[in-house]
Ligand binder design. Structure first.
Ligand SMILES: NC(=O)c1ccc[n+]([C@@H]2O[C@H](COP(=O)([O-])OP(=O)(O)OC[C@H]3O[C@@H](n4cnc5c(N)ncnc54)[C@H](O)[C@@H]3O)[C@@H](O)[C@H]2O)c1
Ligand SMILES: *[C@@H]1O[C@H](CO)[C@@H](O)[C@H](O)[C@H]1NC(C)=O
Length: 317
């Protein structure tokens, strides 16, 4: 079988994100070969995936057309890197978030795979030009950055290396769409990509407002969860503005643009997340939700349940 016709994907690293990718790709009918350099780890991942697929099927939340047992049958585990890579047309790397580890993993991978195989990294914080600096042919390399948990939050940021070809971006975009993710393409690499830059802006102003004594921790979270977030689950900031003035975005800016610019110039500097003021914000948060295992896992459980319902709602919309 030539690699261009291959329906096999190699997932390198079988932690939280590797397991999620394996489930997402299998839901789209792809064969998935999982590799982990920790002995027994990839096999353990399959046991965990099997459990999760059954739970998802019971909850009627399984993705794709295939039954849980059929999806499970598409996933296999390997303790040998070259065996895992054999026949794959796409490699999704999900190892620890450490630059040197990723660089050497991709160096190893490149020595084994054919020249048309796409090399994709799950990195959250490292730019492609760093991750792929030791790869010879960078034209087939990109970052495909998922959001946790990828099974319910479908956004994937596709970030090119300066040398990545348009074909590689297009093929990856098509693959992600086919398996039910929602890919977005960055036109060039930038620290934080898009999602973490927008998130940092929200964190910064929320933090400043609490630190400056304008609002409580509890209430700034409500500003998002009961206010902005209600719309943002379905329409982004651009469409929100476009719909919020009778004649669309241009009209919106005529009405509100100056006010937004005035507010923006009143934003403070980058907040200090480590000083005394930070300590009191952290204390206020911990009074709402104590930072012990019991309370945190209960809230995480609630978050994941709600995300599951929301993803159902978005599917039906
Ligand atoms: N956890 C998240 O919320 C999240 C979200 C988006 C992206 N990511 C990114 O995904 C990647 C994986 O994160 P994770 O949370 O799954 O980590 P994790 O620690 O749960 O899993 C990492 C796995 O990689 C394996 N591994 C380490 N070195 C390896 C090597 N040289 N070869 C093969 N396997 C190796 C480990 O044994 C482990 O099983 C990171 O780059 C992370 O930044 C994580
Ligand atoms: C580099 O990768 C591209 C994209 O996969 C491929 O078409 C090309 O032949 C490769 N070049 C070399 C020298 O291997």
């Amino acid at each position: 079988m030539s690699t261009s016709e291959s329906k096999t994907i190699a997932v390198i690293g079988s932690g939280l994100i590797g397991r999620s990718w394996a489930m997402v790709f299998a839901s789209g009918g792809y064969s998935v070969k999982i590799y982990d350099n920790q002995p027994g780890q990839a096999a353990k991942a399959i046991v965990e995936i099997s459990k999760q697929l059954k739970e998802l099927e019971d909850a009627h939340m399984l993705r794709g057309e295939l039954a849980a047992t059929q999806q499970l049958a598409l996933i296999s585990s390997y303790e040998d890197l070259s065996q895992a890579l054999e026949g794959a047309f796409f490699v999704q790397e999900c190892v620890f978030e450490q630059l040197e580890i990723k660089q050497s993993v991709f160096q190893e991978i490149e020595q084994v795979v054919g020249k048309d195989v796409i090399l994709s990294s799950s990195t959250s914080c490292l730019v492609p030009s760093s991750v792929f600096s030791k790869v010879q042919n960078k034209s087939r390399c990109l970052v495909s950055h998922p959001v946790n948990p990828p099974y319910y939050v479908k956004l994937v940021e596709l970030v090119p290396h300066p040398q990545t070809t348009a074909t590689i971006m297009d093929t990856t975009h098509a693959l992600m769409t086919k398996v039910g993710q929602v890919p977005v393409c960055l036109k060039r690499e930038i620290d934080g990509f898009a999602i973490n830059r927008v998130q940092a802006a929200i964190i910064a102003e929320s933090w400043r407002l609490v630190q400056d004594g304008v609002i409580s921790v509890k209430d700034i979270d409500l500003v998002m969860s009961e206010g902005l977030g209600m719309r943002y689950a379905f329409i982004g900031p651009m469409e929100t503005m476009h719909l919020n003035a009778p004649e669309g975005l241009e009209d919106y800016m005529k009405r509100y643009g100056e006010g937004i610019m005035r507010v923006l110039t009143s934003f403070g500097p980058v907040p200090n997340f480590f000083d005394e003021g930070a300590g009191s914000i952290i204390k206020e948060m911990c009074e709402l939700i104590p930072n012990n295992e019991q309370h945190l896992s209960a809230r995480k459980e609630r978050r994941d349940q709600l995300l599951m319902h929301l993803s159902k709602l978005k599917k039906d919309k």
